[in-house]
Design a protein around this ligand. Structure first.
Ligand code: SF4
Length: 407
């Protein structure tokens, strides 16, 4: 049976962070009572969507179409805002609809402002076996600039309580290149991160995304972007320090304490493997007829999602909350495979490419592109051998330029 990953988007936050463009509705704007009622309607709708997908792709599908889930990821929004009873209902629906493989990776993103020891213990008990904690920084001044509701002590407490609750696979999310964050402050954050001995670290530089409060402030001249040079220096220094403590960088923004702790769910995105996304704004990638990819995107609105998946309006064809549906051409699939593949430090497995697309990579792109890639390799930005092509750490700093060769 084929494997797939399942992503579940929980679209609720306590308050909107000013830099964030992920879809969510905030309790601070809507009020506690309204959010609580919306959350319980949402859980029912979510279960309807998962049930319908189970009929199409899971236990209810015809033998040849059946998939089993080997990764399950609760992202958001703030999934740790779910009550244990709500999580239990969702997990039960997933297990009813899909076979979860033995040892499936079941991750949940967790905001330190929302996690209590009791809740973490309940989540672990229900089967969550990997926790991704949004630490972002261990400097309280930087956390304030980011508009986070937690301080560094909350993150330290959350990690300790998660361990007590039985979590042995903990990831910490960090942000750098934040206005007001000096290199010294960043170094201190890196040190404090390592002192907590996580199994996995994700690090992202702050991006000014369209429509966010930060971007509005940037446009008004109230904020300044960190210079590219300082941004790259922070990135490289952190990776060096993580490497010295045994972390292996396996993707542009991710490092794991040994390969056993690589996030298997995210590897599906970078390997262009199948995954189903549930909840508002979630998206899916499935391989359809002729081996071509099909992408479908759920609507980014809880209200519209509820209309699609509540009661009579819900349908079992799995498309009622889908806003965009797109069929990949061969060229789209090849391009996506290369873009996502080059994010991984292992790069692109050339045999795997040939097996999937029926041709050698350079037959697709021709001698000119190959020559340009070889020039990057000679400059130390990329590497190539009989088995794979990849970017070096130096190349990851200019990844957009190299990837542009394959558009
Ligand atoms: S808590 Fe996370 S998802 Fe919610 S607004 Fe902040 S960064 Fe975005």
């Amino acid at each position: 049976m084929k494997n797939l990953g399942i992503y579940i988007h929980i679209p609720f936050c306590l308050r909107k962070c000013p830099y964030c463009d992920f879809y969510s509705v905030a309790e601070a704007q809507m009020g506690k009572a309204e959010i609580s009622s919306m959350k319980s309607r949402f859980v029912k709708a979510l279960c309807s969507e998962i049930e319908a997908a189970g009929i199409k792709y899971g236990k209810g599908a015809q033998a040849g179409d059946q998939r089993q889930a080997d990764t399950l990821y609760f992202g958001g929004g703030t999934p740790s805002l779910l009550e244990p009873e709500e999580l239990k209902a969702v997990l039960k629906t997933v297990r009813n609809g899909f076979c979860l493989t033995e040892g499936a990776e079941i991750s949940m993103e967790c905001n330190p402002a929302t996690a209590s020891q009791e809740k973490l213990a309940a989540f672990r008990e229900l089967g969550i076996n990997r926790l991704s904690i949004g630490a972002q920084s261990f400097d309280d001044g930087v956390l304030k600039i980011l508009g986070r509701l937690h301080n560094s002590a909350d993150t330290v407490r959350t990690v300790k309580e998660a361990r007590k609750a039985g979590f042995e696979n903990i990831s910490l999310d960090l942000m750098f290149a934040i206005p007001g964050q000096t290199e010294e402050i960043w170094e201190e954050t890196v040190k404090k991160t390592l002192a907590l001995k996580p199994q996995h670290i994700s690090l992202y530089s702050l991006e000014f995304m369209e429509g966010t409060a930060f971007t509005a402030r940037l446009e008004k001249g109230e904020m300044r972007e960190t210079e590219a040079e300082a941004d790259r220096a922070m990135y490289e220094k952190a990776l060096d320090q993580f490497g010295a403590q045994g972390f292996v960088q396996y993707e542009i923004s991710n490092a794991a304490l040994g390969r056993a702790h690589i996030c298997r769910h995210n590897m599906k995105y970078w390997g262009l493997e199948e995954y189903l996304g549930f909840g508002p704004s979630a998206h899916s990638y499935m391989i359809g007829e002729g081996g071509r990819g099909v992408r479908f995107y759920n609507v980014s609105s809880v209200e519209k999602y509820l209309e699609g998946w509540s009661g009579e309006a819900g349908t079992a064809d799995g498309v009622s909350a889908v806003e965009i549906f797109s069929q990949n051409s061969l060229a789209d699939d090849v391009c996506e495979y290369i873009f996502t593949g080059l994010r991984k430090t292992d790069g692109i497995d050339l045999k795997g490419f040939r097996k999937r697309f029926g041709k050698d990579i350079w037959e697709f792109y021709g001698a000119d592109v190959r020559k340009e890639f070889e020039e990057y390799a000679e400059g130390g930005f990329a590497a190539e051998n009989d088995d794979n092509i990849r970017l070096t750490v130096k190349g990851m700093n200019v990844s957009n330029r190299i990837m542009a060769l394959f558009v």
